[in-house]
Design a binder for this molecule. Structure first.
Ligand SMILES: Cc1ncc(COP(=O)(O)O)c(C=O)c1O
Length: 360
């Protein structure tokens, strides 16, 4: 029998981390994870079923995801040498930190933003630094650059649109950052399909720019596919640290089908965008709520007096949203992902019931 002091073996960066809490509560209506509420279209599923017959699942996947890269390169009008495929775009965040940072280095981002930038950085012994977003959830490029310089930050992360605030930062400020920073600027476009604003077109002009995209928000969250677009030199360095089979055969194939048969997904996106307008319009009618504008498939709202109470009420009624109240800037804020029309109606009707019982 062994009784090794395991805690003592664990490296200090990991020991001091708190586990990342992913809500996985069994709720009928899941509006908490910014997923696509629609299943993949029949057309996509038929294509996958057909492909599965020819899969050689006893063989390793294509380590270079070549077919998937061709389909992405064509859609984005870029070259495959500028692409890397990740097991989710999360993985590419990790790979970028491995390529560009050493223990003790800092990375920087405006806050609040996507929590994984800081979490992955801390796990690698890096120092996450942030500057606060202003009251419109935007930032000033000069200030960000100044703090980045003071901290000798190696990478700036900009979630564009920003999760969880939902908005795209001012295009001009982002451009100033890309043009004036002498480190790497990651523009994380995980929600691009809902914003349709992108910096991909600037990749060839700026060799320090990396754009990230994800297929998780448009229907393939369960398959974990993300990709990065960057200068070929950066891609080559990422490939040195990337595990060779990071993207499996099923994910590569389904993602390729999605890229080459985008119409059904585009219809789903259009419907999400229509529902976003409707849902925000309806919520704005509630006096007790402040609803923030969104370029994403989710939006943020503040509720007085207690987001915790509303969160629990919705959960008790089978609706799971994201409670962000623990963040100092997001006091009493909830984030809701746009669902199907029926799901959104259920949410709206529960909101009306709640407001009536709270203010009879
Ligand atoms: C801004 C942002 N970037 C990246 C990701 C990660 O996406 P993926 O599922 O591709 O790892 C998310 C997921 O929520 C996100 O909000």
């Amino acid at each position: 029998m062994s009784n090794v002091d395991l805690m003592n073996l664990i490296q200090s960066n990991v020991r001091s981390l708190k586990p990342y809490h992913v809500e996985n509560i069994d709720c009928e209506i899941k509006l908490h994870a910014n997923e696509n509420p629609f299943s993949p279209s029949d057309e996509l599923l038929d294509l996958l079923t057909e492909s599965i017959k020819s899969f050689q699942l006893n063989r390793y996947p294509d380590p270079d995801s070549r077919n998937l890269k061709y389909s992405i390169a064509k859609r984005l009008n870029t070259d495959t040498s500028r692409l890397v495929i990740g097991n989710g775009s999360d993985e590419i965040i990790l790979l970028l930190l491995q390529v560009f940072c050493q223990e003790g280095d800092s990375i920087i981002f405006p806050d609040p933003t996507f929590a994984m930038y800081a979490i992955i950085a801390k796990g690698l012994g890096l120092k996450p630094v942030n500057i606060p977003l202003d009251d419109h959830w935007d930032f000033d490029a000069a200030e960000l650059l100044k703090v980045a310089e003071e901290n000798k930050s190696r990478i700036i992360f900009l979630s564009y649109p920003n999760n969880p605030t939902g908005n795209c930062f001012s295009e001009n400020e982002v451009r100033k950052v890309v043009e004036n920073f002498s480190g790497i600027v990651v523009v994380d476009e995980a929600y691009y399909d809902f914003a349709r604003k992108s910096f991909v077109g600037e990749i060839e002009k700026h060799n320090n720019l990396v754009v990230l995209r994800s297929l998780s928000k448009i229907g393939l969250a369960g398959l974990r596919v993300g990709f990065g677009v960057a200068d070929p030199l950066i891609i080559d360095q990422i490939n040195k640290v990337r595990l060779p089979y990071n993207s499996n055969t099923v994910s590569q194939t389904m993602a390729e089908h999605l890229m080459t048969h985008f119409d059904p997904v585009q219809k789903q996106i259009n419907s999400i965008l229509e529902e976003r307008t409707r849902l925000i319009g309806e919520l704005e009618k509630f006096d007790s709520l402040t609803v923030y504008p969104s370029d994403s498939n989710f939006f943020l709202f503040r509720t007085e007096p207690s987001a915790d109470k509303l969160f629990r009420y919705l959960m008790d009624n089978g609706i799971l949203v994201r409670n962000l109240s623990s963040h100092p800037r997001l006091n009493n804020c909830l984030r809701i992902t746009i669902g199907t029309r029926d799901e959104n109606n259920r949410f709206l009707s529960k909101m009306a019931d709640y407001t009536q019982t709270e203010n009879p």
